[in-house]
Design a protein around this ligand. Sequence first.
Ligand SMILES: Nc1ncnc2c1ncn2[C@@H]1O[C@H](COP(=O)(O)OP(=O)(O)O)[C@@H](O)[C@H]1O
Ligand SMILES: [Mg+2]
Length: 368
Amino acid sequence: MVERNPTQNPFRPTAGAEPPQLIGRAGLLDEFAYGLQIRSGAPGLLTIFTGARGIGKTVMLGEAEDIARAQGWVVVSETATTGFLGRIGEAMRAAAEELGHGPAGRRITGIGAAGFSITSQLPPAQQLGWRQLGEQLLRLLDEKRTGLVITLDEIHGANRDELAQLAAFVQHFIRDGLPIALLFAGLPAAVSDLLNEGVATFLRRADRIDLHAAAIRDVEVSYAETFASLEYPVDPGLIRKAAESTGGYPFLIQLVGYHLWQLAEVKQGLLSEADIDLALAAAHQRNTRVVLAAALATVSPKDLEFLRAMSQDDGPSNTADIGRRLGDAKNTVGNYRARLIDAGLVQPVGRGLLEFAIPGLREYVRET
Ligand SMILES: Nc1ncnc2c1ncn2[C@@H]1O[C@H](COP(=O)(O)OP(=O)(O)O)[C@@H](O)[C@H]1O
Ligand SMILES: [Mg+2]
């Protein structure tokens, strides 16, 4: 937990920002922490976090990084946009140099002054160099009884070849008993596809931690603790109402908390139910703007039609019904279904059923 000025708004409704309290995630990093003790080949050292947008995947990677740093491990934190392998290579080189063994990589194949290429495929000489450099760094860290953690966020968008290459390198390090951990995060359905495509069968062995909404009760307890440092107490009934309105969804937990806090600062007195309603409305509006509008920004008109057809149902939709509503052939429906799953907008729930993957998306689609 971060130390903060107790009178300053502690909520952090921003992607990847560390929340004042990590709600509903107790024990999830225990296997990883245990793996850090073993240092090589432990299951928790290869972990994938999956979950919808705003559920807290990036925050979990950050927590894991903090644990590792506290144990003296070197951390390389990357997002899976094109060129991540080269960027990881550069970070490993910097770490090796910092460990005091002169300019690392001098004697390493294929890497000139310009360093690694930031392209989706390293040239063969650089591939060899990457591996040599990784080994060099890992041996240095092994002597110090620590290791290297690589985190890769948003792997649903990763170039498949680049990811397969990283997996191959890491598998090789593990086989050599070197101290390496690899943590990923991505959208659930897209990650499942990626693993099923056989990009790297080795990755299927990863511990998969699917993140869900927190329990409302836990949100309520956390709000009560956090709001306790406000000058005026907040009525427990209103705290419960605020907690319920979040649905336990982490991004909304931060938004609702943030707006409530802000209102309490302005008001300088007890908050009424009408005040709370105002704060909740502001929070939900912002959630709509930030999460839902952003999620829909990249979809095609045809995708949107598909989502509209889905939104006619109050619960999960049958793909056959959607096809009927759209008047489309089965294979076109299948195509859109796959695209929308990849985009993290819908998710399969049992045979032939689909549901919206982001809270509030159904209502938003109905209104737009
Ligand atoms: N366990 C949690 N408890 C409370 N707030 C959280 C939790 N996890 C994440 N958050 C908050 O939720 C928001 C989204 O987190 P983030 O990690 O960016 O989600 P994702 O990477 O899944 O899109 C951030 O504002 C973050 O502070
Ligand atoms: Mg994220």
